[in-house]
Design a protein around this ligand. Structure first.
Ligand code: EPU
Length: 399
């Protein structure tokens, strides 16, 4: 059943907790409801809301926002998974690891929903979603037709995809399919038991295909909490039945500087171990949105041709730069903001986190307009000092 909320408070629905309201918010619990919603709206549709972890809204949004609330995930074969758009991304990551599936460990603890993940091609610790992506299915808001988008169709690049282009903003992602690597482990067996206690294999897909509404009883099971992950990891690393598993370590990517610093001369033994290290690093480096409301990285890291990047490096020898393909380098926006003396700086209720210079924080009752004005000040200072124009990463909708 649809949930319709008039004059909805947006501050409780985004991780930045900016003050703001929307004329109407409709929570949609099944893709099959979209056609009815469209008929009822008659043109007032303004956009989609997932978990609100990458969105900046102004004080009053006119029209209607749709919140995608269909959830669930399942294995659709040996080593493939299917996940519905409204599912929590990190819950999917934890579940896949506990299923003995390797591939999402570096993307642990990224806030947000599954449906938002391909739009910005989420990435962290040297891995991007595109690396394990197979396809997604989406519904076109105008025609209500369904289409399968392959990896090529999605045109993934750094924090971007075809769905960011104006021509593709009317596609609503229904579910995604990912290709992971299977590892036979004791944790796999253990977590298989945990998962089957709560979510019978295949239940979601068959119900979905039958176009029944997905009920919250089916879909909100918190079946893999962190203690389960911890015990699964323990079994995986130390369990007596651990011998003879396939060697997963060659697949693990721990080249990112923070991970190199952690492992030094050793290496992660399992995907679960790597995931737990990444969780620790993220917790220590990034502010917790529950305590300091934020939307993660607020700016993209600039990507420059080798020549321009090396010229800048010559002017600022301590600037971190990372090769990105044969012809480009990626630069660190956090470092530049930090060098401008902005880390930890506040202006009223908005500021740059004292923990990480790429994260902007709402310290009280800030509005979207205040935050964007503050961000523009940062863009201007970085431009004046480094000659580069930072671009804002979250989706911004101010009116
Ligand atoms: N740095 C500073 N000051 C700071 C923070 C970082 O000088 O306050 C320097 C670091 O010393 C390091 C460099 O900046 O040399 C890079 O920092 P970090 O490793 O934290 O990564 P990042 O480039 O700032 C990106 C992603 C993050 C992701 C991390 C880890 C973008 C826009 N951000 O941040 O993603 O977690 O790498 O992979 O690409 C997000 O998108 O919301 C997000 C948090």
């Amino acid at each position: 059943m649809l949930e319709i909320i008039d004059n909805a408070d947006l501050s409780t629905r985004t991780s930045l907790r900016l003050q703001g309201r929307v004329d109407r918010l409709i929570r949609v619990h099944h893709p099959a409801e979209l056609a009815d919603v469209k008929r009822a709206l008659r043109g007032s549709f303004r956009g989609l809301l997932g978990e609100g972890s990458n969105s900046v809204f102004g004080a009053h949004i006119q029209g209607t926002l749709l919140q995608i609330a269909w959830r669930g995930y399942e294995r659709i074969g040996h080593d493939r998974i299917l996940a519905h758009a409204g599912e929590h991304w990190d819950e999917l990551v934890q579940w896949s690891l506990c299923q003995g599936l390797q591939g999402l460990e570096n993307l642990s603890m990224i806030p947000g929903s599954v449906g938002a993940a391909p739009i910005q091609n989420i990435g962290a610790y040297g891995v991007e979603l595109s690396q394990c992506f197979v396809a997604l299915e989406a519904i076109h808001w105008e025609s209500m037709t369904r289409k399968r988008f392959s990896l090529e169709d999605c045109q993934f690049s750094y924090r971007s995809s075809v769905f960011k282009a104006p021509s593709h903003q009317h596609w609503i992602i229904s579910h995604i399919e990912l290709q992971l690597n299977r590892q036979a482990t004791s944790a796999h067996l253990l977590s298989g038991q945990l998962a089957s206690d709560h979510l019978p294999a295949g239940h979601l897909r068959s119900e979905y295909q039958a176009s029944e509404r997905l009920t919250s009883e089916h879909l909100t099971s918190k079946h893999l909490q962190s203690e389960h992950l911890a015990s699964a990891a323990e079994a995986y690393v130390h369990g007596p039945s651990d011998q003879g598993r396939s060697s997963p370590t060659s697949m693990l990517n721990f080249r990112y500087p923070d991970l190199q610093a952690h492992f030094r001369d050793s290496r992660p033994q399992t995907a679960l171990e790597l995931a737990q290290v990444i969780r620790q690093i993220r917790s220590s480096k990034l502010p917790d949105p529950e305590i300091e409301p934020n939307a993660g990285s607020f700016f993209h890291n600039p990507r420059l041709h080798n020549e321009a990047a090396l010229a800048l490096k010559a002017r600022f020898p301590r600037m971190p730069i990372y090769p990105d393909g044969a012809h480009h380098h990626k630069l660190s926006a956090a470092w530049m903001i930090d060098q401008c003396g902005l880390k930890g700086q506040r202006e009223g209720d908005v500021g740059v986190s004292a923990k990480h210079a790429l994260v902007l924080v709402n310290y009280g009752k800030a509005s979207g307009d205040m935050l964007i004005a503050f961000a523009q000040g940062i863009i201007d200072l970085v431009q004046a000092r480094f000659g580069l124009e930072l671009t804002i990463e979250p989706r911004v909708l101010l009116a």
